[in-house]
Design a protein around this ligand. Structure first.
Ligand SMILES: [Zn+2]
Length: 236
């Protein structure tokens, strides 16, 4: 286990992404006293398989589900940027919105999605995920630390901030593994709070356990352990 950072910001494209990719790690860090904030880039309106729910309703449902899932993991600071689901690009506008969150939260570590495609799991490389990851990395460097980037943010009192490390989920070549065996129940509980997304996965627990055990095996942990994987990059 990497030493628990004091403050972490998690930036993902959709509600539920961070619970799938890092739910166990988030629960473990909270137990170690880390302050954690979420920044969800899109409104999630393209999610789920139930066509009887209007897309306007789905926006509200997904917000409420992410807030409920955050409470389960002990995270109350949840910000929704409200970009259009399925239409996310690493634009200057997205970068600026993420820079504002970095400067507000002042995290030591930023957890985000991989801007690089992971060919092992096509779901991990949704274009919105890659866009969120790319914009988050661009926000870490150069913008968040540069007083001359987005001067209107500085005018609002959002001072430059240097993020020390990026922890990238679903990266094709992870270099750090976190043992989350003791927190897997919390992860599954949080995932179940995304009712509109996970009720259609009847074998959710088996899938999460199977995935965790595959990652643990890759990490060389003993049998029966479960892990989550990250590519950790030093960014200071
Ligand atoms: Zn997603």
């Amino acid at each position: 286990m990497i030493e628990a950072p004091s403050r972490v910001l998690v930036v993902t494209a959709h509600p539920d992404d961070l619970d799938f990719g890092a739910g166990g790690t988030i629960a473990k860090l909270r137990a170690a006293g880390t302050h954690i904030a979420y920044c969800i880039c899109t409104d999630g309106h393209q999610g789920g398989e139930d066509s009887s729910i209007s897309r306007d309703e789905m926006r509200k449902v997904r917000k409420a589900e992410q807030i409920a899932a955050g409470k389960i993991l002990g995270v109350e600071d949840v910000v929704f940027l409200g970009f259009d689901d399925g239409n996310l690009f690493p634009t200057l506008e997205l970068r600026k919105a993420i820079v504002a969150q970095i400067r507000r939260v002042q995290p030591e570590v930023l957890i985000t999605q991989s801007p690089e495609r992971n060919w092992e799991r096509i779901f991990a490389s949704h274009p919105d995920h890659m866009a969120a990851g790319e914009a988050a990395i661009q926000a870490i460097y150069p913008d968040a630390r540069n007083q001359f980037a987005f001067p209107e943010l500085l005018a609002k009192g959002l001072e430059p901030w240097v993020v020390s490390e990026a922890w990238v989920m679903a990266h094709p070549s992870p270099n750090n593994f976190i043992d989350v065996t003791d927190f897997i129940d919390k992860k599954i509980f949080a995932l179940k709070a995304h009712i509109s997304q996970t009720t259609q996965i009847p074998d959710l627990e088996e899938r999460i356990n199977g995935w965790g055990s595959m990652v643990a095996e890759r990490a060389g942990l003993s049998e029966g352990r479960l892990a989550e994987a990250f590519f950790v990059a030093v960014t200071n």
